[in-house]
Design a protein around this ligand. Structure first.
Ligand SMILES: [Zn+2]
Length: 282
């Protein structure tokens, strides 16, 4: 300690930004993290902070898409957004922020448009997709594309006072549409009564605070590391209530995780789905 520290006195590893994480995970696991490709759909409060959490965990290949621009009310909910970013595309602001922080280490690609305007491959090709949008049509359309492509994705959202995380492994776990059907309120009510539906209606104002967003994205980044390295038990479903402190966790290797619904229009393998019908109409 003291003021005499010089560059020569740096400890081994000081030159490696990811020294601690490499030690934790092991070199081979970290190499897997570094070559994994990720995509975040929606770079608002959830997606922008998640980009920071994922790149800080060692992930390098990241695509982000969002057609929205930064407004005043977004600033408290996102580490990358500042007052000077107002009016700029959220995805571009996040890209700039991450590039400034990690430089050429990162391979970033952005689409400053809504997800129905990008090529399908941008959604289906990455190894894992994170869904942090605030409309149900986009959730359904992305769910459809990932399930049909047989690629996993992670659904993130705030529902009233609850925050929820759900890992979807096509045909092994429930997808978002297994638990939510648009224009199918009665069915949702029935599933809810039977305890098979984990979430109340989405997009109700409530628990969206800086701290609860960080909690949710920190959890998601940790699970993404587990998913690609095989370290630890994977959680399929996690929900916490910001008001009461109650939480619920279902592991992928325990019997109570949410299973695919045989009547789900997206999970039924044999049925051809008309993608255009599921897409946003505007
Ligand atoms: Zn389904």
């Amino acid at each position: 300690m003291g003021g005499k520290k010089t560059r020569r006195e740096q400890r081994v590893g000081d030159e490696d930004q990811f020294y601690n994480i490499r030690l934790q995970q092991g070199k081979r696991n970290f190499a897997k993290i570094e070559k994994t490709t990720l995509v975040i759909v929606g770079t608002g409060g959830i997606g922008s902070n998640l980009g920071l959490a994922l790149t800080g965990s060692g992930f390098r290949h990241l695509t982000m898409m969002d057609g929205d621009t930064v407004s005043q009310r977004n600033i408290p909910l996102s580490d990358p957004f500042t007052a000077r970013d107002i009016g700029e595309y959220k995805a571009e602001v996040v890209r700039r922020f991450l590039q400034e922080k990690y430089g050429r280490r990162l391979k970033l690609k952005i689409y400053p448009v809504y997800s129905d305007k990008v090529s399908i491959g941008a959604i289906t090709e990455p190894d894992l997709l994170f869904l942090g949008v605030d409309d149900r049509w986009t959730r359904l359309a992305i769910t459809n594309l990932r399930v049909q492509a047989n690629k996993p994705y992670i659904n993130l959202g705030f529902y009233g006072w609850e925050a929820a995380y759900m890992l979807v492994v096509p045909h092994e776990t429930a997808c978002w549409a297994c638990l939510w059907r648009l224009d199918d309120t009665e069915e949702v009510e029935k599933l809810r009564r039977e305890g098979k539906c984990p979430q109340p209606e989405p997009n109700v104002p409530g628990a969206v605070t800086p701290a609860s967003i960080q909690h949710l994205v920190g959890f998601a980044a940790g699970e993404a590391i587990k998913y690609f390295t095989g370290l630890g038990r994977l959680v399929q479903y996690y929900k916490f209530n910001v008001q009461t402190g109650d939480c619920e966790k279902r592991f992928l290797d325990s019997p109570d995780f949410f299973k695919p619904d045989p009547d789900c229009p997206i999970c039924r393998r044999e049925e051809e789905i008309d993608v255009s019908r599921l897409r946003r109409s505007s």
